[in-house]
Design a protein around this ligand. Structure first.
Ligand code: PLP
Length: 386
């Protein structure tokens, strides 16, 4: 932001650049490619390479680094979910691969605990499968899951959020793996954000899940990339459903529109190496400093309550929540989000669905921007004093 050209490429288009105080959201472009990653991508750009070989080589290297049997680069964690569902339904049978999304004659039920339904589970249905909820709002029992698994079951799907409090009403992943594997059915895990602590990276496959996805958007790779981790069998199957299979094997699988560039594949490799080799204490300290820039600036102002979010697990450490006292200011949390959006520069925050406080994340901000955000909040509030 130091240079006055900040955002000029967008301003020239008549668009207004945003200070992203809301974290990694796809609606704003999600994330910034790390410098080392961009360098690797530039090196990859002016050379052609057989994509099947590149996918295999990079997948093998990443599997090796992460200590899992196999890996595959996809166009986002969402694509990894869609391809995995395809793999669990059609396997390596080329006729079935070409039949999807018509699932006649294949197991096509994707089981998920009712309380685990989430925004991205839709990606599991895009290759033709159908989510089936097990249990209810009050939870799911081992018997309910066990009884629901039959010949039509493609897999059991399980999202994990280690940064959140444990939901005691749902079956633990260990139990789900035991029950599903007891009936010879695979388990897929959405671990898109589980990239820290480092031992969480790939953990669910090492625990016995057949597949997990990682969103490379959270770790300095292009926002459009993801990683499938899994058994050799599942990853081999995913590769056959992929755009590479479509073009190189001349098998028309559903993965064709999930295309990814060779630059992006190299970018993910660079991002994984960078992430595994980086000084995470330093990374966390930078995120904490940006958070404290805002918290310390605002904490003594009358009529607002700011609280640091003390979380370092997953992809989005620290950040803060903020509550405005409407007896002191002529605004509410919800309205103030709009006021910040309409300020200059425009600052995006949000009151997450189902919550009441404004949540500010520092993932998408540099040090200077965090200070700007603190100042704008203070100034705007001063003007709203009752
Ligand atoms: C972001 C995210 C996804 C989707 O990943 P993309 O790489 O954007 O396709 C899926 N699941 C979870 C939990 C996520 O956070």
């Amino acid at each position: 932001m130091n240079n006055s050209n900040w955002g000029s490429i967008y301003k020239e288009l008549g668009l207004e650049p945003i200070i992203n105080a809301t974290g990694s959201v796809t609606a704003l472009g999600g994330s910034i490619v790390a410098k080392e990653v961009q360098e690797g991508m530039d090196l990859a750009n002016d050379v052609y390479i057989p994509m099947t070989q590149l996918e295999k080589k990079v997948g093998d290297q990443i599997a090796n680094i992460l200590n899992v049997p196999a890996a595959y680069i996809t166009s986002g964690a969402g694509s990894a979910l869609t391809l995995a569902a395809a793999a669990f339904m059609a396997g390596k049978d080329d006729d079935k691969i070409q039949q999807l999304p018509n699932t006649d004659g294949m197991p096509n039920k994707i089981l998920i605990q009712k309380r685990q339904r989430y925004w991205y589970d839709r990606c599991m249905e895009l290759s033709g499968g159908q989510l089936v909820e097990i249990g209810d709002e009050n939870g799911t029992t081992a018997n309910q899951l066990s009884d629901a698994i039959d010949s039509q079951t493609a897999c059991v799907h399980y999202p994990v959020y280690e940064q959140e409090e444990i939901d005691k009403k749902i079956l633990r992943l260990e139990e789900v793996i035991e029950i599903a594997h007891g009936k010879n059915k695979p388990v897929s895990v959405d671990a898109a954000g589980q990239i820290f602590p480092l031992e969480n990276f790939g953990k669910y496959v090492r625990m016995g899940a057949d597949f997990q996805c990682i969103a490379a958007k959270y770790m300095g790779a292009p926002h459009s990339t993801g990683i499938a981790l899994g058994t050799e069998d599942v990853i081999d199957s995913i590769s056959r459903h992929s755009f590479v299979g479509y073009e190189s094997r001349r098998i028309r699988g559903i993965g064709r529109p999930h295309k990814i560039d060779r630059q992006e594949i190299i970018g993910v490799l660079y991002a994984v190496k960078r992430w595994m080799g980086m000084n995470h204490e330093e990374r966390l300290s930078i995120e904490e400093t940006k958070t404290l820039n805002i918290v310390n600036f605002l904490k003594n102002i009358k009529g607002i309550k700011v609280e640091i979010i003390n979380n370092i697990i997953g992809h989005q450490p620290f950040g803060l929540s903020m509550d405005i006292d409407s007896n002191i200011y002529k605004t509410t949390n919800i309205d103030f989000v709009e006021i910040l959006k309409n300020s200059t520069p425009s600052i995006w925050t949000r009151v997450p669905d189902g919550e009441e406080s404004i949540v500010i994340h520092v993932f998408g901000m540099n040090d200077e921007q965090s200070n700007i955000v603190a100042n704008v909040i203070k100034n705007k509030l001063e003007g709203l004093k009752i």
